[in-house]
Design a protein around this ligand. Structure first.
Ligand SMILES: [Zn+2]
Length: 401
């Protein structure tokens, strides 16, 4: 589906990042619901002269998801700004001290689901882009928005398909800024220039059920499981790389499902997740884990090892002029140079990196997905100024990305 809206009248000034964040928070866009969020952004961007498209993507057994692509300008360079308009569920609504979809401001803090992840970041970047083009109508190049409604859900009908769709329309991007909340505590803390990969493995050890008083008639699988898990933990996977921490394996569950104290269980199961750096691919890492388990098991332990398919590979946007430009903008507005980091979970940047270099920067993420999610009004206005400054440098006539 593709729809073009006529420029409607808005009840607020969309170059005000606080008003735009409030309006967005008031749209209950819990994945997969559009909740009015993309319609609002379509109206905002259409009014500002963007051409707006709203492709809907489908997959078997999944809800249809609405997405938005918008662009102003016809020439290069093309700076893409990416984000998601969906939010995670409210959780225990009674535990909230403010309406999770109210966008209420109390003592300089804006409350609501998505305030920091990431309606606030999205709003601040849109406001900045609108103000930049309003003040520089002759600015060279193009600004494009890639906004998905499926980041917090299965992420099947979101950014992956939106990027492919844009490419099929002939769209190309020189760089991308993704507005996820990257800052741990203050707006000058952290830019993300890559992300670790994620690999989940499932280990099953078979034994033989029996009476604990007659262990020679049974075979306890817990003994073998402990041996295998110890082998996985014995040696670090690596020592880290230039821009990445060491890869880390965490056992996330360990089960035998045995309620009785006088029975040797028949089977033990464990699941582990590895957050890995750029010295591995999912394939080389799986091979290393298989080798460790095989050697530890020898002929003694009967086991099965399986890995879940993953689309989360480790990637890095090498620090260069674009990364420096983002860091310069942050430093100019906050007085402090942000750290370049690859920490944290995965994000849609792992899909965008297949199309162009991508850097992530957004508001302070301390309360994301929590009860009473909130963002400081001052952080929204700071992000608007930082983004505006970045656009100034990016589209400066002397700059050729
Ligand atoms: Zn997010």
């Amino acid at each position: 589906m593709d729809q073009q809206l006529d420029a409607p009248l808005l009840a607020f000034d969309p170059t005000d990042p606080v008003a735009l964040t409030q309006a967005l928070v008031r749209c209950p866009s819990v994945t997969p619901a559009e909740g009015g969020a993309l319609s609002l952004l379509a109206a905002v961007l259409t009014s500002a002269g963007y051409s707006v498209h709203r492709p809907v993507f489908s997959a078997d057994g999944m809800p249809d998801i609405e997405n938005l692509y918008a662009r102003i300008g016809t020439e290069g360079p093309v700076l893409a700004i990416a984000g998601h308009s969906d939010v995670v569920p409210v959780g225990d609504a009674e535990a909230w001290t403010r309406d999770p979809f109210g966008g209420e401001i109390v003592d300089g803090v804006l409350y609501g689901r998505g305030a920091c992840d990431m309606k606030g970041g999205l709003a601040a970047m849109i406001s900045a882009a609108l103000r930049f083009r309003r003040d520089n109508p002759q600015a060279p190049g193009s600004i494009a928005f890639l906004i998905t409604g499926d980041e917090e859900g299965p992420a099947i009908n979101g950014t992956v398909k939106l990027l492919a769709w844009a490419q099929s329309q002939g769209e190309r991007f020189d760089h991308c800024l993704l507005g996820e909340p990257t800052n741990p505590a203050s707006m000058s803390d952290m830019i993300k220039i890559g992300r670790r990969g994620s690999l989940t493995g499932k280990l099953t050890v078979d034994g033989k059920q029996g009476h604990v008083g007659y262990p020679h008639l049974a075979d306890n699988p817990i003994r073998g499981m402990v041996r295998l898990l110890a082998a996985l933990d014995a040696t670090p996977l690596d020592g880290g790389t230039t821009h990445f921490d060491p890869s880390n394996l965490e056992v996330t569950t360990l089960d035998v499902g045995n309620p009785s104290s006088n029975v040797v269980p028949a089977q033990a199961k464990a699941v582990f997740n590895i957050r890995f750096n750029d010295s591995w691919t999912p394939e080389t890492l799986a091979a290393e884990i298989e080798r460790r388990v095989r050697e530890a098991a020898g002929n003694l332990v009967r086991y099965e090892l399986a890995f879940q398919p993953t689309n989360a590979v480790a990637f890095l946007t090498e620090p260069g002029p674009f990364v420096a430009m983002v860091a310069d903008a942050v430093e100019a507005e906050t007085g402090k140079r942000p750290v370049l980091s690859t920490t944290g979970g995965t994000s849609d940047a792992r899909f965008i990196k297949n199309y162009c270099p991508v850097v992530e920067f957004g508001v302070v993420g301390q309360t994301m997905h929590q009860i009473d999610e909130r963002v400081a009004v001052a952080d929204l206005t700071a992000l608007e100024r930082i983004t505006h400054r970045l656009l100034d440098s990016y589209f400066a006539p002397q700059h050729k990305p």
